[in-house]
Design a protein around this ligand. Structure first.
Ligand SMILES: C[S@@+](CC[C@H](N)C(=O)[O-])C[C@H]1O[C@@H](n2cnc3c(N)ncnc32)[C@H](O)[C@@H]1O
Length: 315
């Protein structure tokens, strides 16, 4: 079956360009290329000779981005990998800007065969990187002990009925293992009826499964420092997150880098602080959210928050 054209509208596009200030000669990394919307804007703003490295875990996204960016291919180098691995092919302190636009693309969500969405029936997959041998969402749902499944739904989906749902899944899968998104969504709706709520009862469990299947928070935890180390002084790290768990990790990382002290022990206490030079400077401490105008034409931007950290020179 022919694949639908790649459709993803980049969020906070003007804000990302304003934050990264792409310039001729500049060198940039887009660690989450997706359909290449942000990448195109960075390349255009840094013409005629700005250079962009790009990567994505998803081969379909990478192919779409390469095609879209083909007129500027001589200023582009792409890799199929996790952004946590970008420091294997980019030298430290060599970039002027890094963008991480986290999460999934509209294209991934809207392609039933990828298994991200309960709105379309498809295999319960949810892997961004389908070329790897990592577990699918179905593997997690069908094999994790109920207690681990409940923890997963609670921690990464903040699902209040996590235990009830996990126990019911454990019973059901002995008779009928879960194979499709529709089967799981309908089952969760049976266990936790909608009762007039506009949100589908499976929303939180689906989010949790997606995060777990792709180790999304692990990538953010690992990737931020690595990405920041690629920047030369004055270079900027721009991160867009779409949910609070992710945004908290980004915020904590940026606060830590911008602090002018380290501390010993598990908690920050004035008595245990050691002064140091801040490594970064936060721009817009509360983060940047979409304008009303953008929200009117792209509701997906509603949950997006952009945070920016500039690398300071070393003393
Ligand atoms: C929100 S979309 C990016 C859209 C892109 N900025 C655009 O303008 O089209 C997120 C993309 O990042 C990819 N992705 C998510 N986590 C990743 C990771 N840890 N490493 C590499 N790619 C990742 C996804 O496969 C997806 O294609």
């Amino acid at each position: 079956m022919p694949h639908a054209p790649f459709s993803h509208q980049p969020v906070l596009l003007t804000e990302v360009v304003t934050a990264l200030q792409p310039k001729p000669h500049g060198r940039y990394l887009d660690g989450t290329l997706g359909g290449g919307g942000h990448a195109a804007a960075i390349l255009e703003a840094s013409s005629p000779d700005g250079f962009l490295y790009g990567c994505d875990r998803d081969t379909a996204a990478l192919a779409a981005a390469r095609e879209r960016l083909s007129p500027m291919a001589h200023r582009l180098e792409t890799h199929h990998c996790n952004f946590t691995e970008a420091d294997q092919w980019i030298a430290p302190r060599s970039l002027d800007g890094v963008l991480l636009d986290l999460g999934v693309s509209s294209h991934q969500l809207d392609t039933p065969e990828r298994g991200f969405s309960f709105q379309h029936d498809g295999p319960l997959d949810m892997r961004m990187d389908q070329s790897g041998s990592g577990p699918t969402a179905a593997d997690l749902v069908n094999t994790l002990p109920a207690s681990e499944l409940a923890d997963l739904f609670w921690k990464w989906g903040e699902e209040r009925h996590s235990r009830r749902i996990a126990r019911a899944i454990e019973t059901e899968r002995r008779i009928r293992p879960f194979t499709t998104t529709g089967q799981l969504a309908r089952f969760i709706e049976r266990i936790c009826p909608r009762r007039g709520s506009p949100t589908h009862p499976a929303t939180r469990c689906f989010q949790a499964l997606r995060i777990a299947t792709n180790d999304e928070l692990g990538a953010v935890r690992n990737g931020l420092e690595r990405a920041f180390n690629l920047l030369s002084p004055g270079g900027r790290l721009a991160v867009i997150s779409f949910q609070s768990l992710e945004d908290r990790l980004v915020k904590e990382f940026m606060r830590r880098e911008a602090r002018d002290y380290d501390f010993d022990g598990p908690e920050d206490h004035p008595d245990f602080r050691r002064p140091r030079h801040p490594r970064g400077r936060e721009l817009a401490r509360k983060g940047i959210v979409a304008s009303e105008a953008e929200l009117d034409q792209n509701p997906r931007a509603r949950s997006a928050r952009l945070r920016v950290l500039e690398r300071l020179p070393e003393p």
